[in-house]
Design a protein around this ligand. Structure first.
Ligand code: 5GP
Ligand code: ZN
Length: 114
């Protein structure tokens, strides 16, 4: 999508440091970290919501979820970690390109409505 920030990171039109990349997705550091480590796993294909996924997208997302734990050292996952996917306005989704927040590196409380 032409006016999507994350599409521009994926394509390289906007410079960013990709800490990981494969055919399915990129991982970058969140600019406004909410934990000691806060990464964003961004599928290369643009869609906003889980509800928008095709069958093929869901296979891609499955591969992404399987890859994240293999990046334990890179992402600092060894003490445990949290994945968050904000969906829509009430959840506070601000970038309308599906992404998975990866939070790690500290003990976390639980305040999902915070
Ligand atoms: P959402 O609120 O849509 O679930 O998450 C969007 C995330 O993108 C936010 O955590 C926000 O800090 C992050 N973000 C927004 N703009 C940028 C940017 O220019 N660079 C990076 N690395 N992260 C960004
Ligand atoms: Zn996009």
């Amino acid at each position: 999508m032409s006016d999507c920030l994350f599409c521009k990171f994926v394509s390289g039109e906007f410079a960013t440091t990709k800490v990981f990349e494969n055919d399915d997705f990129i991982i970058i550091r969140d600019i406004n970290p909410q934990a000691a480590n806060h990464f964003l796993a961004i599928p290369k294909k643009h869609y906003k919501l889980l509800a928008d996924m095709t069958e093929e997208d869901s296979l891609t997302l499955g591969r992404i979820l399987k890859t994240i734990p293999t990046l334990e050292d890179l992402l600092g996952l060894n003490g445990g970690y949290r994945l968050v996917i904000n969906q829509g306005d009430d959840a506070g989704q601000t970038v309308h390109h599906l992404h998975i927040h990866i939070l790690s590196g500290q003990k976390m409380g639980w305040n999902p409505a915070g």
